[in-house]
Design a protein around this ligand. Structure first.
Ligand code: PRP
Ligand code: ZN
Length: 318
């Protein structure tokens, strides 16, 4: 069977990711952090999963929703902007939803925004009546216009949307904004947000009922572990029991600390354990989601924490 042959009864999971572009490297790093590794083919379009029966297909990001809809791929990492645009297009054509967003992945953040020439005075959407909006997201823009009860025309462009007002082919634009530099360079200003976007993991509306289902479930569980632990640290310290609530209030998004028992013994030896018990100090560890800065450590010390230590977290099943 060729690696890309039909979908029915496959026992390997196939994930589509962007071949090159903004989402390509972070998508691969994220999947690698979930324990996946691949053997690359010479054409670099198909990567055979070595550590698990999970293969990668490297494609253009606008092909990803269709590949999921057609069952060629089981999952895809794609911008929400692309996924939602194609979903809106399906709605417009009276087609049933074919894919859904499973997880926001926290990278590739941007916004789909309406932007107008800098000198315009912006009040509200009613101003757009009879104007021309250049965009690569015609379905989303049309749905938004309908929701605002505004009749404007949508000029579909596949790229270089920002120069349309200067060229006179449109009055304003609707495009992705990340840093905002492209808008500034084209004397445009953002006025309305249609969509907050980021990279997402997308899958079919109906899950497969073969060996791919447990594989997908395992991958999602690992992904949740990775996403949850992103920027997380374990903070170890000693403190009196009565100081713990105050210390916890200082911690960024902390999960309640657990008392170390055997851990202390193994690391510091029984003597340290004995000393801690005699001094009435608890040995604690807290999982913190957020930055644990030097300043924070100093504040914790002033609030009674001793022997502070910050550790990285590599992986976890929680
Ligand atoms: C996107 C978008 C804008 C630009 C916005 O284009 O279409 O042009 O990025 O980014 P900024 O706010 O940081 O300036 P991209 O570079 O992805 O190319 P494309 O439009 O050709 O897809
Ligand atoms: Zn662009």
């Amino acid at each position: 069977m060729s690696p890309l042959a039909a979908n029915a009864g496959r026992d390997r999971l196939r994930i589509a990711i962007q071949k090159s572009g903004r989402l390509a490297d972070p998508a691969r790093s994220l999947l690698a952090a979930c324990g996946l590794s691949w053997r690359e083919s010479r054409d670099r379009l198909f990567c055979y999963g070595e550590s698990l029966p999970i293969d990668l297909l490297l494609v253009r990001d606008d092909d990803i929703p269709g590949l999921i809809a057609d069952g060629v791929c089981d999952l895809g990492v794609v911008g929400r902007n692309e996924l939602d645009e194609q979903a809106a297009e399906r709605r417009r054509n009276g087609l049933a939803p074919a894919y859904r967003e499973l997880r926001g992945l926290g990278f590739g953040r941007c916004r789909l925004m309406l932007a107008v020439p800098e000198h315009w005075e912006w009040r509200d959407a009613a101003q757009l009546e009879s104007l021309r909006i250049a965009t690569s997201y015609p379905a989303l823009v049309n749905e938004w216009l309908q929701a605002q009860s505004v009749a404007a025309s949508v000029v579909e462009l596949s790229g270089s949307v920002e120069i349309a007002p200067k060229l006179g082919t449109a009055d304003l634009i609707c495009d992705l904004v990340s840093s905002g530099a492209t808008l500034v360079a084209n004397q445009l200003k953002p006025v309305e947000t249609l969509l907050d976007s980021e990279a997402v993991l997308a899958g079919p509306v109906r899950e497969p009922d073969d060996a791919r289902a447990p594989l997908a479930a395992m991958l999602l569980r690992r992904l949740d572990g990775v996403l949850k632990l992103k920027d997380s640290k374990v903070l170890m310290f000693r403190a009196n029991a009565e100081q713990v609530p105050g210390l916890l209030r200082l911690l960024p998004d902390a999960e309640p600390p657990s008392r170390l028992t055997a851990g202390v013994e193994a690391v510091n030896g029984a003597g340290a354990m004995q000393a801690a018990a005699e001094s009435g100090l608890l040995s604690l560890q807290a999982l913190c989601h957020g930055a644990v800065t030097w300043q924070l450590l100093e504040e914790l010390e002033r609030a009674g924490a001793q022997g502070l230590m910050v550790l990285s977290v590599e992986r976890s099943l929680v």
